[in-house]
Design a protein around this ligand. Structure first.
Ligand SMILES: [Zn+2]
Length: 212
């Protein structure tokens, strides 16, 4: 009995090590597969839309909602912006000097109706300008805060679900989208997005007593 025990112990030990190695290999394989899947699922967004006055002609198919194949088509760009906003699942942090574009306003309102939590920061003077949608937001129940001073709240950025940032020179007006030379960068780079999230939270708190 003692002979069997003595002899079989090393085999059992080897068998145990073998099982251990197989299990470890499987665990590592599974981890790599999971990481690979995560990477595939996470689509990195890094693009810039360059709006140009040369595409002013595209304004006509904004009204009939028809895309064209021209590079930098204003309608295609607008549709892309709407798609990003309507893709919001939880939050939209809107920090815009000026917003008059009907389609963009409607996409924010429809996100609000879907239950997305929306915060809006704007400029005091521009909120009173013709065509500004800020009052409409307020009427529908979206909280709008603003900077009220002789200086302006000149940011033009929107953060979607604290993960995607749209930021650039573009004012969110049809005039700018169809006629100006402007840019809008869209990115999911975490380090960049985080800085804008922090900036929004800072301004949101700073303007807490200045609601419209
Ligand atoms: Zn076009």
């Amino acid at each position: 009995m003692s002979l069997i025990e003595t002899n079989s112990f090393p085999y059992l030990k080897l068998l145990g090590l073998g099982f251990g190695a197989v299990i470890s290999t499987l665990a590592i394989k599974k981890r790599f597969e999971a990481e690979g899947k995560k990477d595939n699922d996470k689509v990195e967004i890094n693009e810039v839309l360059f709006f140009t006055g040369d595409r002013a002609v595209c304004r006509k198919h904004i009204n009939i909602r028809k895309p064209c194949h021209q590079n930098g088509c204003a309608y295609n760009f607008l549709s892309k912006m709407v798609k990003y906003i309507e893709g919001a699942k939880k939050t939209l942090d809107v920090c815009l000097y000026l917003l008059t574009c009907e389609d963009l306003c409607n996409s924010i309102l429809s996100s609000f109706k879907r239950g997305v939590y929306i915060r809006v920061i704007t400029d005091c003077d521009m909120s009173l300008s013709t065509g500004s949608k800020m009052n409409e937001f307020r009427k529908r129940g979206i909280e709008v805060r603003m900077r009220e001073s002789s200086y302006i709240m000149h940011h033009k950025y929107v953060i979607i679900d604290k993960k995607i940032l749209m930021n650039g020179s573009l004012n969110w007006t049809l005039q700018a989208i169809c006629g100006n030379d402007d840019n809008l960068m869209i990115t999911s780079q975490e380090q960049l997005v985080k800085q804008f999230v922090d900036n929004f939270d800072f301004l949101w708190s700073k303007f807490k007593h200045k609601k419209i």
